[in-house]
Unconditional design. Structure first.
Length: 374
């Protein structure tokens, strides 16, 4: 009798719990098959939006957190390589319990992408950017095991004519196509403003300032520099600047001599930093970093021999940007530093605020850029 009396209430409680869970969980656009053609021209088809994903790049999870209110719900593993504890805490925010159930991978290159480990996770989709997709044997073994592999640039590549194509395709595969298209439109609108400004600068033959962009600023003697490879240095060119390492360094980054930096005498200095540099007295930026802490670290970084003698430091044209920041926000910061009059109406803080309010499942807080001005 006691069991019989309790059963209806128990059933009702279970039903209410299930309803609440469904309401709180990520909403998939449909349970119908989804299909895209990835960067390699391969058709990737799923019987329904991905339920058990492996994300090969850290940025993929960041973008997923703009598409889904609980981004960790359908991710079984992700690559957290190089993330500091504060960044992990920020990304954990939307759904801490689900986040802790994801396998935390630290894969520093395609040579360490192992098929056996991924197959054991039983994913229905593995998302790889072109860098990690160089592990062609791993990709072949995953597909042979019946696991779909999509090679995508999920993080908008602002240099490309179609910068958000991979983002939209990612939205299709995850069941968030409408949301992905909305986010893509946001990026393209803000990018168009920078491109239009650059066209006006070129039309009037405006001088393009000489810029030293130092990655992981303060981690070594003067001076590391961004090079011609795909990196944040591209944003200097996109924003109407000349990168002093661009003609000297063929790869993503390299070292310039102190004498060369002094001789080039850059007009503007931009360092990239993060909390991973704290033990080396480098530039501190990112989640949880106070504005005063960021400025103090930037002031310390530019006091090194080689930098202190440049007109950038003498004239107070000194800036820092978080190495892991959002691309469109970083580009807007750089544009306003290089051409403050042309881009006077561009407001990176307003862009970050809009991303926080409209898209990010958990708002970002901290110091993501900083400046020293006279």
């Amino acid at each position: 009798m006691q069991t019989s009396d309790m059963a209806p209430g128990s059933t009702r409680r279970q039903w209410l719990a299930l309803t609440a869970a469904l309401a709180a969980g990520p909403t998939l656009a449909s349970t119908q098959p989804v299909q895209i053609t990835d960067l390699r021209g391969r058709s990737v088809r799923l019987a329904r939006p991905a339920q058990r994903m492996v994300l090969g790049a850290t940025d993929d999870f960041v973008l997923l957190s703009m598409l889904a209110p609980r981004p960790a719900q359908h991710v079984v593993a992700w690559n957290k390589w190089r993330l500091d504890a504060q960044s992990l805490q920020m990304l954990r925010g939307p759904d801490p319990r689900a986040f802790e159930h994801m396998a935390q991978l630290a894969i520093d290159g395609p040579q360490n992408l192992h098929a056996e480990a991924l197959i054991a996770l039983e994913p229905d989709l593995v998302v790889l950017d072109p860098f990690y997709a160089k592990a062609s044997q791993t990709v072949a073994r995953l597909e042979k095991a019946g696991i779909a592999v999509a090679v995508l640039e999920v993080n908008p590549d602002l240099r490309e004519a179609r910068p958000t194509q991979g983002l939209v395709q990612f939205g299709i595969l995850t069941g968030h196509e409408a949301r992905a298209r909305e986010l893509a439109a946001f990026h393209e609108q803000h990018l168009a403003r920078i491109r239009e400004g650059l066209q006006r600068l070129r039309a009037r033959n405006a001088p393009l300032p000489l810029v030293l962009m130092e990655p992981h600023a303060g981690s070594a003697p003067c001076c590391l520099s961004m090079g011609a490879g795909k990196n944040l240095g591209d944003m200097v060119r996109m924003a109407g600047g000349r990168l002093i390492g661009g003609d000297m360094i063929a790869g993503m980054a390299g070292t310039l001599s102190t004498e060369y930096v002094i001789a080039q005498d850059p007009e503007i200095y931009i360092g990239t930093g993060g909390l991973h540099l704290q033990a080396r007295d480098g530039l501190l930026l990112g989640p949880g970093v106070a504005a005063e802490q960021a400025q103090a670290s930037l002031r310390r970084v530019v006091q090194r021999t080689g930098l202190a003698q440049t007109r950038a430091v003498r004239n107070g044209q000194v800036h820092g940007i978080w190495h892991g920041g959002l691309g469109i926000v970083n580009l807007e910061c750089i544009a306003t530093w290089l051409h403050p009059r042309e881009f006077a109406d561009v407001r990176p803080q307003a862009t970050l605020d809009a991303l926080n309010q409209r898209f990010l499942a958990h708002p970002w807080s901290g110091s993501f850029w900083t400046s020293l001005r006279k």
